[in-house]
Design a protein around this ligand. Structure first.
Ligand SMILES: Nc1ncnc2c1ncn2[C@@H]1O[C@H](COP(=O)(O)OP(=O)(O)OP(=O)(O)O)[C@@H](O)[C@H]1O
Ligand SMILES: [Mg+2]
Length: 437
């Protein structure tokens, strides 16, 4: 039976980064095309996704890579009109924030209370998310129109597949739908919600591990992102004519990579003094430079290995050299132990979530997990990979493999498209994939 001709667009609206990918069902290979051109991203290499950031000015707003172009002012110290808003996705589900509070040992670790105060006058979180999603969608249509010609969407239906965290409350799902509909995603067209780790699993199963996982095997997908860590477990039921899997457990928590940033800031405050960091925030550029150096370099390279006994962080020329504070040439010296201290509470949360997932599978059935697939931006952390592999090996006597697929960062958005291409049949424990449920 031939499939109806449509364009499937996957949208992964993330806490820190978002991705869009598409496929044309009339092409023989149904190739998945992640969008890699974004306004303001010229010269950057990490363009699989675009920052989930928006900045309102009195006359307009800027989004994605362009949100950083205007002078940045942190929410705490700025006038609401010109604030760069980050982590807006988490404002859609306050129940997650409550669950997470104190778990990584910081009160309001993401500054969401200040973020709420920084919303432009008259705008609710759902409005801001809607504005951002509209930019994503319009950019996607612009890219598509360059491939197919300007009026292509009048003749070819577009079906959107939007991802949401597995742990999202019903209220948050409803708000996400509302924001998407207001952004024109799904108003005329089909809109399907899909859980983020489910999308990642679809990608791993069809594009990566088609032959690795056998009938009867159960595997966990851990999507370690910026805000949330989402987990889902599947058992492989059949491979032919279509791959068929059954969902056996779902879990997750608020312990993504941005908690490392907040813990790092708290660590620097202790090392060089809160007043010094406050002054860096007031000047703005030094603070941004320091956090960028941590976010885009230090936390990504940290391995806790013998060749990394000492690390350093750029303080943006804002702090005078001081031997007692271990500041030299404008850089803060950080030992391997200190960096592990920044990571460990967050890593421990993730290890616990993965263990709970493996144990839940064993409790609920005769099944045993054979493989953990680590995806998401934080999933590419060498330190997290090592800690998780060692922990799982020790806890489960080397019975369980931990793998990290290529394209782990864009696995969710690729999987969202695969969902629309209907290459895999999933038996969910409850219907989570229908619209308005
Ligand atoms: N090697 C790394 N180590 C630690 N963190 C990393 C690494 N590479 C990227 N990150 C972080 O991962 C996050 C982005 O990952 P991802 O795009 O999967 O998250 P997201 O989709 O924005 O969040 P969520 O899925 O929780 O909504 C950013 O916070 C980024 O700094
Ligand atoms: Mg994500």
């Amino acid at each position: 039976m031939s499939k109806k001709h449509k364009i499937v667009v996957g949208i992964d609206f993330g806490t820190t980064y978002s991705g869009v990918a598409w496929a044309d069902t009339s092409s023989a290979t149904e190739e998945i095309n992640p969008i890699r051109q974004w306004p303001g991203a010229t010269g950057r290499h990490d363009v699989d996704k675009v920052p989930s950031e928006i900045r309102y000015t009195p006359i307009e707003f800027k989004w994605g890579f362009q949100a950083d172009e205007a002078p940045a002012v942190r929410p705490q110290v700025s006038a609401p009109k010109n604030t760069k808003l980050q982590y807006m996705k988490l404002l859609l589900d306050p129940s997650q924030e409550k669950k997470g509070k104190g778990r990584v040992q910081l009160a309001d670790p993401l500054g969401l209370a200040q973020m709420r105060l920084a919303l432009p006058l008259g705008k609710l979180p759902v409005d801001v998310v809607s504005d951002y999603l509209k930019c994503l969608k319009e950019h996607a249509l612009d890219v598509l129109s360059k491939s197919f010609g300007t009026n292509f969407w009048n003749s070819i239906p577009i079906e959107y597949h939007l991802t949401i965290p597995a742990v999202w409350s019903e209220a948050a799902k409803a708000l996400t739908l509302q924001a998407a509909e207001r952004a024109g995603i799904g108003s005329k067209n089909e809109l399907v919600l899909i859980a983020e780790p489910e999308a990642a699993a679809l990608y791993c199963l069809t594009d990566m591990y088609h032959d690795l996982l056998k009938i009867g095997e159960t595997f966990v997908v851990a999507d370690c992102g910026g805000g949330t860590v989402d987990l889902v477990s599947y058992k492989i039921l059949a491979r032919k004519p279509n791959l068929k899997v059954k969902e056996v457990a779902v879990g997750g928590g608020l312990c993504g990579s941005v908690f490392l940033n907040r813990r790092f800031e708290a660590f620097v405050r202790k090392r060089i003094g809160s007043d010094v960091v406050d002054e860096m925030i007031r000047k703005d550029r030094p603070y941004r430079k320091m956090m960028k150096d941590f976010d885009e370099r230090l936390k990504r390279i940290f391995r806790d290995s013998d060749d990394q006994e000492l690390l350093d962080c750029d303080l943006g020329n804002a702090v005078r050299d001081d031997v007692t504070k271990r500041v030299e040439d404008g850089f803060l010296e950080i030992t391997r132990e200190e960096m592990s201290g920044v990571f460990n509470p967050v890593i421990q949360e993730i290890l616990q979530l993965v263990r709970e997932q493996i144990d839940t599978v064993a409790l609920g059935s005769q099944d045993r997990v054979s493989t953990v697939l680590l995806v998401g931006g934080f999933g590419s952390s060498p330190y997290l990979q090592k800690q998780l592999s060692d922990h799982i090996a020790a806890m489960y006597q080397n019975r369980i493999k931990v793998l990290q697929p290529p394209n782990a960062w864009s696995a969710v958005v690729r999987g969202a498209v695969i969902c629309g291409l209907q290459r895999v049949q999933i038996q969910s424990r409850k219907a989570r994939r229908k619209r308005n449920t």
